[in-house]
Design a protein around this ligand. Structure first.
Ligand SMILES: Nc1ncnc2c1ncn2[C@@H]1O[C@H](COP(=O)(O)OP(=O)(O)O)[C@@H](O)[C@H]1O
Ligand SMILES: [Mg+2]
Length: 331
């Protein structure tokens, strides 16, 4: 079955001086997909988006969006896409309606059409009753919803969302997820989104590219990525006691894989209730001082840890995000 490619990226690279922010990245996005770029802060997600939306020139490589070359045909690309930027770009002194209206004028849409479509879209994101209020009275979640509505005004084929829920509270994030899912079905757009939230990528995306230090280190469906890790994961905290990994193999048949990462041993197991007692018995026998045992069904965080040896979770409370969150509330 030949699925139609709507984004095609061929060895795309972006350097800032000596620093390679996006390193030879290659992927395709198919029509109707929600495609996710998942990675920690500084991984190169925004830089990649900026090249695809024609705001940043690649150092090398090529990209096609809706069949158009992003370097040679930027105006054609722009007509086909909607963008929600990582940082809000709404004018807070204008009303929601006015922000939308100006966007429509910039895109050269007929006025009557703009008016009808604004109403329809504001209803879609549940902002219709707030349309005549200045945006400075909106919450962070409302601003995000307005930006999503605005990005749809000129009926894009492909929507780019850069960290759509960054800094929002869990309830508001869930609401935004709902809109993103409905967008695909009701507005028939292909979605390219970035996020550093694993749950978000796992929940929304049909396929996920995991990006780290400018490189795609894995690309597959969330199910397949998670399968890489095993059925369940058991973490045993040992706080860096020296231990020979060979002594941890073959403890019992429920253990599929074992790794040591700085302060913990990570077992991929098929049956945690059978595996854990024998693991503990075995470790005690080796004289290991077990500090803590945790187990859970694997998620994208375990995938990232397996691929990089680093915990994506550590990144979530970074100062950059905190500053962004504070700024968003402030605006
Ligand atoms: N204009 C720029 N000049 C120099 N370095 C940049 C510039 N833009 C981004 N970078 C660097 O490139 C890397 C990737 O940034 P970015 O694409 O914003 O990451 P992400 O969106 O994944 O958090 C970071 O190390 C960032 O500091
Ligand atoms: Mg970014």
């Amino acid at each position: 079955m030949g699925r139609k490619k709507v984004i095609e990226v061929l060895n795309l690279t972006k350097k800032f001086g000596d620093f390679t922010a996006v390193d030879n990245v290659r992927f395709d996005v198919y029509e109707g997909e929600i495609f996710g770029f998942l990675g920690p802060n500084g991984a190169g997600k925004t830089t990649t988006i900026n090249m695809l939306i024609t705001l940043l020139k690649p150092t090398s490589g090529e990209a096609y969006v809706a069949g158009y070359n992003v370097v040679k045909e930027p105006y054609r690309v722009r007509r086909m896409i909607g963008v929600v930027f990582q940082d809000p770009t709404i004018d807070r002194y204008l009303t929601g309606y006015e922000n939308m209206y100006i966007h429509g004028l910039i895109y050269g849409l007929p006025r009557e059409k703009i008016r009808n479509r604004i109403d329809e879209l504001l209803k879609f994101v549940d902002l219709y009753e707030f349309r005549d209020k200045p945006v400075k009275t909106y919450s962070g979640g409302m601003i995000r919803r307005l930006e999503i509505a605005r990005s749809l005004l000129h009926i894009p084929k492909i929507l780019f969302l850069d960290e759509p829920t960054l800094g929002l509270d869990p309830q508001t994030r869930a609401k935004i997820w709902e809109y993103i899912e409905r967008l695909r079905y009701e507005h028939n757009v292909t979605i390219f989104m970035t996020t550093h939230y694993m749950d978000e990528a796992e929940k929304l995306c049909d396929r996920i590219a995991i990006i780290d230090h400018g490189r795609i280190i894995a690309l597959d469906t969330p199910e397949n990525l998670i399968k890489m890790v095993g059925d369940e994961v058991v973490y045993v905290r040992i706080d860096g006691q020296p231990i020979d990994i060979d002594k941890l193999r073959g403890i019992n048949s429920y253990i599929k894989d074992v790794e040591i990462r700085s302060n913990q041993i990570i077992f991929s197991v098929s049956n945690s209730s059978k595996a854990i007692p024998t693991i503990l018995e075995h470790l005690v026998g080796l004289g290991v001082d077990v500090q803590e045992v945790k187990y859970h069904k694997p998620d994208m965080g375990d995938v990232f840890l397996k691929l990089t040896g680093r915990d994506l979770r550590d990144d979530e409370g970074s100062w950059k995000d905190m500053v962004r969150t504070v700024l968003r509330r402030w605006r």
